[in-house]
Design a protein around this ligand. Sequence first.
Ligand code: NDP
Length: 316
Amino acid sequence: MINEIYMKVLIIGSGPAGYSAAIYAARANLSPVLVSGLEPGGQLMITTDVENYPGFADVIQGPWLMEQMRLQAIHVGTQLVQATIVDVDLSKRPFICKDDNGTLYKAETLIICTGAQAKWLGLESETKFRGFGVSGCATCDGFFFRGKEVAVLGGGNTAVEEALYMTNHASKVTLIHRRDQLRAEKILQDRLFKNPKVHVLWNQVLEDIKGKENPLAVTDLLLRNQKSGELSTLPVEGVFIAIGHKPNTAIFQGKLNLDEEGYIIGSPTSSETNVKGVFAAGDVRDKVYRQAVTAAGMGCMGALDAAAFLQEEGIL
Ligand code: NDP
């Protein structure tokens, strides 16, 4: 027998955007259901120390923060389901979403908070040293590299912004790019080239990350010159992988307006998408700020917009 649940608000995703949407929707008496995905908590689950989420004078841990958000969402009345939405029908209301157990969610409004994932190179050493010198976010982890020499990999806006951000902390920042030209905007490139702490290595591919055991720590990068094939070693204590992000929007392809990189195209002044009653919040639609606190703010907007929509439609 097919299990069917009806709700006014369905939230997909359990990062800061999803939980904040749930907290606001529950407190508006909308009895939201949040489908959390198989690995609840989003990108903060792979972060260690968090020092930039307002409200905590002492350093907190990413997974702890997400657990607090989860509990807060439950305490105010959210129904949490640990499953993954695998298909959506947004052609009419209520929208129908199906999870990996076959359960059908019939939802008057949908708040999409499925987030994005940083792309990784896929090296074994990259996984081994993640959190021990390898990071995907300078704004999150940069502070821990005060006075140290670090590298940033990539040639897009993210890499250049991360490199510039790291000059506030590190003694030297080496930007490593696989070509001889950056993809980043000109104004960012100008800032980068003017910064005396930055050194750029062109046509270099990161072959391997070397380090110490007990405690785990990065010591060197093994680089290969794309043109000459020559191998070299760069001593650094940290490396930031900034080779792009990928929004989690595969199930919305052809059903919602997405940009060429797959991000949901939302209204610039609200969380609305091109489908009435479908809202989007957090990194799934934001490729500029990508912070837990901005995602949480957008989640709040999603819930308020969903409540206003339900009111207008006379569903409340
Ligand atoms: P991009 O896709 O723009 O850039 C990724 C970079 O990583 C490219 O330089 C690419 O090299 C390099 N790269 C990709 N794969 C590999 C690999 N396997 N090994 C080595 N290098 C690799 O991603 P970003 O995250 O920089 O930006 C994503 C989007 O977000 C863009 O639209 C960007 O403009 C936007 N953004 C905007 C910001 C702003 O407006 N302030 C800030 C940050 C991002 P190559 O150039 O050779 O392809």
